[in-house]
Design a protein. Structure first.
Length: 76
């Protein structure tokens, strides 16, 4: 076995395992989440660049009104 063949075997290039469907690990869909936030933005007349806008678009969607997970230290 030459070096190229050995490297291909180790990298798994020659052994096709079949296609795997793309899935998002946490089950979120960014299109749905973005549309929901856009509706909230329109309903509450939130303007881009304001503090409310940053809170709306850059908050963690599943942590709202919850305590941070155990062991979460944040940034240093």
């Amino acid at each position: 076995m030459d070096e190229i063949s050995q490297l291909q075997k180790l990298a798994g290039i020659n052994s096709f395992q079949g296609y795997t469907p793309y899935t998002i690990e946490d089950g979120s869909n960014i299109s749905i989440t973005g549309n929901e936030k856009a509706v909230i933005q329109r309903e509450q007349d939130i303007r881009p660049g304001t503090e409310e806008w940053f809170k709306l678009w850059f908050s963690r969607p599943y942590w709202k009104q919850l305590d941070y997970p155990a062991g979460f230290r944040g940034r240093k």
